[in-house]
Write a protein of this length. Structure first.
Length: 320
């Protein structure tokens, strides 16, 4: 889905209020003030929003402003998203958790909607903003609070790759088929995670070769048995000839516990199956059962919490 919103749609005297409504609808509950009070009637801005499976991509063009998410906004709406601002033109500042990330063209920074933040722009700018469910990124990264409002350079490494992928995505997003769009959305997240993992706060002790071997062994067996509703830490331990506590130990450096990892992999597999043309005639419940879920209502609730829409709404993307 591609939507263009612009302050050109309303009278000048209403533009700042209209803009505030726009950013609340596209992102989360926010407040917005012009940098200089006398500029409120000259305010201009536009947002072009693209929706991919599990990922919203928007392009923001506007003038000087201060955007605020306060404790009051958070109390009124329990939105749990991570947002990533990729500076395309101009200069911006992301402020959260006692840190300021200064963004020049090509740089990006992460921020979390569950805590207050500010976005500051002292001149005209263009940003590409990624919005993804909070649980999704927390399943890939530990200690995300230490990674917010920290500049990641787009001039080298994973940051450079992310910028290149986003530029290509902007050009081709209208032609992507749903299954391809899901693959692209997952690719963007993977490169984003890789970029964030380069930050000093993300560094963690390296796994020993033995621990890495056992972790890979357990994950491989989980993938092979996702369709078994009896799959559990206990069943894995019995099959691999180790104790349940040993499996928990090898997952100690991971963002998710073993049980959470199994749940996450099942949901991810269902998200792919629902967009697979060959499975278009298969009922949603049957797809869920095929990936090890044994309660259709519970699956539907878990899917909506993870991806922000019901399984049926997710599948509808295939037909748009």
């Amino acid at each position: 889905m591609n939507t263009l919103l612009s302050t050109d749609a309303v009278a000048r005297s209403q533009r700042l209020a209209y803009w505030t409504d726009m950013i609340c609808n596209v992102y989360v509950q926010l407040g917005c003030d012009p940098v200089r009070p006398d500029e409120s009637e000259d305010f201009e801005g536009s947002i072009r929003q693209h929706t991919l499976p599990g990922l919203d991509v928007s392009v923001v063009r506007s003038g000087p402003q201060k955007v605020l998410r306060t404790s009051g906004h958070i109390a009124r709406s329990g939105d749990d998203y991570f947002l990533v601002s990729i500076q395309a033109q101009g200069r911006g500042v992301v402020r959260q958790d006692g840190r300021d990330a200064v963004l020049e063209a090509g740089d990006f920074a992460l921020y979390d909607s569950t805590r207050p933040y500010q976005l500051l722009f002292d001149d005209r700018f263009e940003q590409i903003v990624l919005k993804l469910p909070g649980d999704r990124l927390r399943s890939e990264l530990r200690e995300t609070q230490a990674l917010t409002a920290t500049t990641v350079s787009g001039r080298q490494g994973a940051g450079h790759l992310l910028l290149g992928m986003i530029r290509t995505l902007r050009e081709d997003i209208e032609t992507l088929q749903p299954a391809s769009a899901l693959a692209v959305a997952n690719g963007v997240q993977n490169i984003l995670v890789a970029g964030l993992q380069t930050l000093p706060a993300a560094s963690a002790p390296s796994l020993s070769s033995l621990t890495a071997y056992h972790l890979a062994r357990v994950k491989r067996r989980i993938e092979e048995q996702l369709g078994d509703p009896a799959l559990s830490v206990g069943s894995l331990a019995a099959e691999l000839g180790v104790s349940a506590s040993q499996i928990h130990r090898v997952f100690k450096s991971e963002p998710l516990t073993p049980a959470q990892y199994i749940w996450e992999r099942r949901l991810e597999a269902c998200s792919r199956d629902l967009l697979e043309p060959r499975l278009a005639g298969r009922p949603v419940a049957e797809i869920a059962y095929g990936r090890g879920f044994n309660d259709a209502a519970h699956f539907s609730r878990a899917f909506k919490e993870r991806f922000g829409c019901s399984p049926r709404e997710w599948r509808q993307q295939r037909m748009q």
